[in-house]
Every structure is written in structure tokens, then in C-alpha cells.
Design a protein around this ligand. Structure first.
Ligand code: BGC
Length: 794
């Protein structure tokens, strides 16, 4: 059972539940080789230290390193599931875990509550003191936390938009800067290991964690994932630097596509599809040097991923050559026995997972069965000593790389830029660039500042919905307690145009019940009456916040009450601007046509209200682009990456299928207050040999009256493929540019045959000679690829 620091009652009630890449810093070749030599020396020095330690460690000490517990286990309290506040560590429990059981890692917060940097420093100092002064081997603990959109479990930390909004910004530099700031503030909280980024491909809008991802495109996810890792770990992955943290790629592999759309339920994915769509972001991140990885809690083709040797060892460790640490997700070894029934006992579950390739178990609460069980399994010869040594080597290497032996804690006093204006500005900037203008009938936006507005809807006056889950608390339920000083949408609009111009009536509100919520009509008639007296309505709809199993839904339509409110407001004849504030695209087709303007803000963080007000009233020109298809109907969840047969009506012009590909808004859609013209799509050659670069250029002009940013996307289409029907089109490059009114820029991209490949039925990467299409904006060109087909390894 997965529990996140909830009270025992809640515990019991809880049911299971490029062409355009950024450049490396310029260093002279001799400097570079000197740096490489130095880092090789450091690496072999670390290897020597690891071997030395390993040779002295007992089996129990090694197994302890492979165990991770949650903070409540060692917090003073009535049981392991919650602690008293204010939090104090229970030295008896701490000693038992770290000294008797030799546990090597702790995660999460206690009581599901953010803590100040000073509190974190105190807690982690006590833990390290026990680990390094009271144990025989004096190995520091590695502390891990989900600081996934800023320093999310640090009170006072800077909150960025959730990853989905960051993906909409299409801005590599801002993504990297956000991760750098997060690393800094996480270290300011004494925490060296961040369970981020999410590299899952997220093509299913029903899934409760789509907001945690970079959306549904493998290339976009790979590019931004790499930037985030560089931001966390530094260019050279120098995680020992006191302003860097170890990243943790998650959730390997194929997590966000369960057949039912519900968290941690089974899915079926062919090997080709796994490799074609789900693997590239992890492969790119491993190449970028990410040092740890977390495993998918789900079940693929009937096999729980935590017990899948093919995925964890053959693919990850052998084929991809991953040298880092493999950690389970929450309680997942236990689930092999209790939930997935592939192990008749807990001990069998441990055997399966460790033999499959798991290095560290995120046990959470009951660590004794894991520690005792694994020691017995080694003694019985069911888990090999070499497997244990391999796991412990990987764990110790991350601890050494983090410099924890020398510097087990980092003191908040050394982090003067924590939550500084500079950090705040970066978070605001990211929020502003993520906002995506989906519809702007007759240029209803931007609004004039003297306009009398009604602000309404359940998301209008909530810091919680701006931030989303994993903010100060697991489901985001404690946001209001910590984020009082920031502005909700209502407060930002009031600041922007003066409170006298703003009326607020909720119309619909959220009612909380523990982690779950419901909705109720909250002065809906008064909202409609107020609408009649206003010039324009800013209607803030979406969802309340949730993640994982509590975020499962049975109906992807936006709620009936919100639909009713939207329709009644539209019926007044006053223009309605719909602001969508949601963790996944809830279907709005029952009233979309009646909305004059639609703005998607995703979950933009603490500065999202300010950024939105600036967009609505024209101080900021929106530039976000959708990172997924926004569905039009619940039974038409066709992703952006789809096969030609999903477009039969278009292709054949015969059938009148209601079920044809017709999303409400497509991946890449996003309007601006200015206009852009694409022209002169040029190919270096119209016939290219397999081994030649494919040079592409395009001219983009700002034809409107305001300065604007435009994310330019380059797509390719393979017109015919052997054996596997090709995807209609695929994103291969993107770049975001700024253009003054009247200004033109010519962008150049270079593709290679590799960019035109697909994974064939043997699981091999193949590029076939033949006809292709390139598309940028409304410009399309065909070209021929000549020569012999190339077949790669993967
Ligand atoms: C989530 C992970 C998270 C972990 C630790 C799990 O339930 O799936 O994404 O990192 O908990 O909090």
C-alpha cells in the first residue's frame, strides 16, 4: 500500500489504490583534455575508494545500502506513518534504522509537509551525524526528494510551472535555468538528490500525471529532458558541486500509457513501440550523464516492470550502458507480491526485483522484511553476491560523486540567492512563455485595461490550482497554507486593472475531502447576474489538483457544473474568455464554440496569476505551443503521433466518419497577438544520399504590429515504410525565435538519415531510401533519400 505521510485513518481508507541544440561552453582543446584527464583521475580514485569500502563491508551493511525509508519512519510519533509536529527525529528509531539495519537512504518529507531550508538542514544533519559517526562504515545517507517544478518541498522555495507548461514554452534555456535554480534551492535545503525529470511519454490525456511530463512527443521530451538534467547536474555532471544535485530520470519505461488510462494499471506495448516512442528520452538522458533512474510501477505485457530483467538489465544496463543507480518506485517490490501476484511471498518479490536489476528499494515503511529477506536470499544462493556488489557499487558511486563523504550537508547560510528576485523572475518568465493562446475570435484579446471584468470559476482564486500536485505536499492540498503571499488569478487581475474594475463570484467551487475533491454550485446565479453588468468575463475552469491514483478519472469531460456555468455565462451575450487551469486537457467541446477567447495556462506555479494577467491585458505577447493534442471528444483520444489510417476521411474524401482524427487543438497549436508568415522553405538538394546531411532553411517574418516569439517546428513524414505503417508526421527540430514587427529571420536546420529512421519489426532502427516530406509552418517540400537502406542496432 502506498501512503504518503497520512494519518492512520487516511492510511486505512486509502485504497490502492539537433540542428538547434544549445552549444557546449567554449573551452580551448588543451583545457578540455586537461579537464577530461582530471575527471578520469577522479573517477578512478572514486573506484578505488568504492572497492576499498566494499572489501570491508559485511553482507548486512551492503544490503542496508540498498534500502530506502521515508522520513516518518524515524520521526517522533505514534507509528511509522505519521509524526508529531513540530517534527523531531526519534533517536531510538533512527539508530535502529541506520545503525542496526544500516539503511543507506531516506526520502520524502514527514507528515506530507514542506519544511524551511533551516528545518531541512537540522533534520538531515541529525541523520548524517548518526550515519557517519555511529555506524561502523561511516557511510553518509543519500537523501532524495521530489523537487519537481522548483523546490517544491521547501517552504519559501521558488515554484516554476509544472513540466507540461515548461514544454509549452519550447524554450530550452528557460528549462535549463529553472533546473539550475531548483538544484540551488534544493541544495540550500541540504538535499542532494532530486526525483526529476519525468521523461515519460504522455500521449494519454486521461492519465493523472500528464502535467508532470513534457507531453506526448519523444523529441521534445528528449531535448527538454537533457536541458533539465544539465541544469540539475551541470554540463559535466559534477554533482559534487554544492549547487548541483543528482537527477533521477523516471519512470523507466512506458509508465504513462496504461490501457485503462488509470495509474499503475496494465498496458501492452510492442517492443518496436517501446523503442520508437518511449525509449528515446531515456537514451538521450543517459547519454547526457544522468546518474540515477526510477522504475515504472506499472505492468507491461503482463510483466511488472520491477521484475523485468529484459528491461532493467538487458536493455538499461547492458544495451544502454547505464552505470548509475536504479531505484524502485514507492513500495514496488512489495507490490510484486501483494498487488501483482508474481511472487508468492515477500521474499520471492525481493529476489525477483534484485535479480531483475534493481539496486535500491524505495521501501518506504517496513524495512525489516527487505533487509532480512535479502540477506537470507544471498545466503541461500538465490541472489548472487556479485549482484549485491554491483548494486552497492552503483549506490556508493553516486554518494561519492555527490561528495557526501566530505560534505554530507549543505548549510542554508551559503545560499543567499534562495528565493531571490532573480529566481522569482526566472519562474515568472517561464510561466509567461508557457501560456498558450488557443483561440482569439475577432482579436478579443488582449483586453483593454479600463474594461469591467467578472472573474469567476473554481480556479479563479486558488493558489493550489495554479501550482498543482507535488507543491508543499503530495496532492497540492497544503498549497494555500504556504503560498499566501503570491497572487491568485483574481488577485493578479485586480492588481493589473484596479480592484474597482473587477467583480468576483465563484459560480462553482471545489469542496475538499482529504486528498479527494468534489464540486458544488457556489452562487452560480449571482455569477450570471454579475456577468450581465460586466464588459467581459474571465472564466477560470479546469480541475483541482491531484496526482497518481487519487487523480484517476472516469470521465475526461470537464465537469457538468463547470459546463453549466460556462453555458449560462455565454448565454448572457457578454464575451467569455476561458482560462484553462488543469493538469490534463479536460474536454470542453460542449461549450468551446461559445467562448470568444481561450487561454491554456496548465499549472503555471506561484507567478502564474501574474503572468496570465500580463497576457490577458497585453503586457506579454503569448508564445506557448501545445505539447499534446487537446481532445475534442472522450472517445477520440487520438494522439498527435498517429498512423495514416486515423485520417481516412481526409485521405479518401469518401467517408463521413465522426471518429476521424479531429482534435480540438493539435500539438504545436498556439496563437500570438502578432502574426507570422512562413516562406521559402528550401532544401539543399531534392535528392540526397543516405550519408549526406539534409540542409533545410525557412524564412519566418513577423507580419503584425507587435514584437513576438515564435516556436518554429520542423516535421518530417516518411511517405512509405516497409512492414510498419509510418507515422503521419514526426517532430524532428524546433527553435524559438523573437521577431520585431516587420522583421524576418532565416533558420537553418541540418537533418541526417538517422532523423528519418524508424524501429522495424525486428526492433532495429532502419532508414529506408524513398520519398519524404518536410513541413515547417504551412510550407511543405518533398525530397528523395537515395542509396541503400541503413539498419542500426536500435
Ligand atoms: C511516484 C514517484 C515519486 C516517488 C517518491 C512515487 O509514488 O510515482 O514519481 O518520485 O513516489 O515520492
Amino acid at each position: 500500500m502506498k501512503l504518503k505521510n497520512v494519518t492512520l485513518t487516511a492510511v486505512l481508507a486509502y485504497t490502492i489504490l539537433s540542428g538547434c541544440q544549445t552549444q557546449k561552453p567554449v573551452t580551448a582543446p588543451s583545457e578540455e583534455s586537461a579537464a577530461t584527464a582530471q575527471s578520469d583521475r577522479n573517477a578512478s580514485e572514486i573506484d578505488r575508494k568504492i572497492e576499498d569500502l566494499l572489501s570491508k563491508m559485511t553482507l548486512e551493511e551492503k544490503v542496508g545500502q540498498m534500502a530506502q525509508i521515508t522520513l516518518d519512519v524515524v520521526g517522533k510519533g505514534d507509528n511509522r506513518y505519521s509524526s508529531y509536529e513540530p517534527l523531531n527525529l526519534d533517536t531510538v528509531e533512527l539508530r535502529k534504522a541506520l545503525v542496526d539495519y544500516k539503511i543507506g537512504s531516506v526520502l520524502n518529507t514527514a507528515n506530507n509537509r514542506a519544511r524551511t531550508p533551516e528545518q531541512w538542514y537540522k533534520i538531515i544533519s541529525q541523520i548524517q551525524e548518526m550515519a557517519m559517526n555511529k555506524t561502523r562504515m561511516k557511510i553518509p545517507v543519500i537523501y532524495g526528494l521530489d523537487q519537481i517544478h522548483g523546490a517544491t518541498y521547501t517552504a519559501g522555495g521558488t515554484m516554476f510551472p509544472q513540466q507540461i507548461g515548461q514544454a509549452a514554452s519550447r524554450n530550452r534555456e528557460l528549462v535549463r535555468r529553472g533546473a539550475e535554480i531548483t538544484a540551488y534551492e534544493t541544495r540550500a535545503s541540504s538535499i542532494p538528490w532530486n526525483f526529476s525529470p519525468v521523461l515519460d511519454l504522455a500521449p494519454d490525456p486521461r492519465f493523472s500525471r500528464q502535467f508532470e511530463s513534457f507531453g506526448e512527443d519523444p523529441y521534445l521530451t528528449s531535448e527538454l529532458g537533457v536541458q533539465m538534467i544539465k541544469g540539475y547536474e551541470g554540463d559535466d555532471n559534477s554533482i559534487g558541486h554544492p549547487e548541483h544535485v543528482a537527477s533521477c530520470m523516471k519512470h523507466f519505461l512506458g509508465y504513462q500509457v496504461p490501457t485503462s488510462g488509470k495509474d499503475r494499471t496494465p498496458t501492452y506495448i510492442s517492443e518496436e513501440a517501446l523503442r520508437e516512442y518511449h525509449l528515446p528520452s531515456f537514451k538521450a538522458a543517459i547519454e547526457a550523464g544522468s546518474q540515477t533512474i526510477m522504475i515504472n510501477s506499472g505492468i507491461i505485457n503482463g510483466v511488472p516492470v520491477h521484475s523485468n530483467h529484459d528491461i532493467l538489465t538487458k536493455l538499461l544496463k547492458e544495451e544502454l550502458g547505464f552505470k548509475g543507480l536504479v531505484v524502485t518506485d514507492w513500495g514496488d517490490i512489495e507490490y510484486l507480491h501483494t498487488r501483482d501476484k508474481v511472487a508468492a511471498t515477500m521474499k520471492d518479490a525481493i529476489m525477483l526485483a534484485i535479480n531483475a536489476g534493481v539496486d535500491m528499494s524505495m521501501i518506504a515503511y517496513q524495512y525489516e522484511p527487505f533487509c532480512n529477506g535479502l540477506v537470507e536470499l544471498v545466503k541461500e544462493g538465490k541472489v548472487k553476491q556479485e549482484r549485491i556488489d554491483d548494486a552497492v557499487r552503483r549506490i556508493l558511486r553516486v554518494k561519492y560523486n555527490l561528495n557526501l563523504f566530505e560534505k554530507p550537508t549543505t548549510d542554508p547560510k551559503d545560499y543567499p540567492k534562495f528565493a531571490s528576485k532573480e529566481h522569482e523572475d526566472a519562474a515568472y518568465q517561464m510561466a509567461a512563455e508557457s501560456i498558450t493562446l488557443l483561440k482569439n475570435e475577432n482579436n478579443v484579446l488582449p483586453l483593454k485595461k479600463g474594461t469591467k471584468v467578472l472573474v469567476t470559476g473554481p480556479n479563479a482564486n486558488s493558489m493550489r490550482t495554479l501550482n498543482g500536485a507535488w507543491t508543499y505536499s503530495w496532492q497540492g492540498e497544503k498549497v494555500e497554507e504556504f503560498a499566501g503571499k503570491y497572487n491568485t488569478i483574481l488577485e493578479s487581475v485586480q492588481k493589473e486593472i484596479g480592484a474597482g474594475n473587477v467583480t468576483y463570484v465563484p459560480g462553482v467551487s471545489y469542496k475538499m475531502d482529504g486528498f479527494y475533491y468534489d464540486e458544488f454550485a457556489d452562487k452560480m446565479d449571482a455569477a450570471v447576474a454579475a456577468a450581465r453588468k460586466s464588459d467581459v468575463i474571465i472564466l477560470c475552469l479546469g480541475e483541482n489538483t491531484s496526482t497518481e491514483t487519487p487523480g484517476n478519472i472516469n470521465d475526461i469531460y470537464i465537469s457538468d457544473l463547470q459546463t453549466e456555468l460556462a453555458k449560462k455565462l455565454a448565454a448572457t451575450g457578454k464575451p467569455v474568455i476561458l482560462v484553462l487551469n488543469e493538469g490534463r486537457p479536460r474536454v470542453i467541446s460542449r461549450f468551446e464554440q461559445q467562448m470568444k477567447g481561450i487561454v491554456q495556462i496548465y499549472q503555471p506555479g506561484n507567478y502564474g496569476g501574474d503572468a496570465l494577467a500580463d497576457v490577458l491585458f497585453g503586457d506579454v505577447n503569448p508564445s506557448g505551443k501545445l505539447p499534446y493534442n487537446y481532445p475534442r471528444y472522450p472517445n477520440a483520444l487520438v494522439p498527435f503521433i498517429h498512423k495514416p489510417s486515423a485520417e481516412q476521411r481526409k485521405a479518401e474524401g469518401v467517408y463521413n466518419y465522426e471518429a476521424d482524427y479531429n482534435p480540438q487543438y493539435e500539438f504545436g497549436h498556439g496563437l500570438s497577438y502578432t502574426s507570422f508568415k512562413y516562406a521559402n522553405l528550401t532544401l539543399g538538394k531534392e535528392s540526397v544520399q543516405m550519408n549526406e546531411p539534409i540542409n533545410v532553411s525557412i524564412q519566418v517574418t513577423n507580419t503584425g504590429k507587435r514584437v513576438g516569439k515564435e516556436a518554429v517546428h520542423l516535421y518530417t513524414s516518411d511517405l512509405y515504410a516497409t512492414g510498419i505503417t509510418p507515422d503521419v508526421k514526426r517532430l524532428r527540430r524546433f527553435e524559438k525565435i523573437t521577431l520585431e514587427p516587420g522583421e524576418s529571420k532565416t533558420l537553418s536546420f541540418t537533418l541526417t538519415a538517422d532523423d528519418l529512421s524508424y524501429i522495424n519489426r525486428d526492433g532495429k532502427k532502419v532508414t529506408e531510401a524513398g520519398e519524404f516530406e518536410i513541413r515547417i509552418g504551412d510550407q511543405v517540400k518533398k525530397f528523395m533519400l537515395l542509396g541503400n537502406n541503413t539498419i542500426g542496432k536500435n
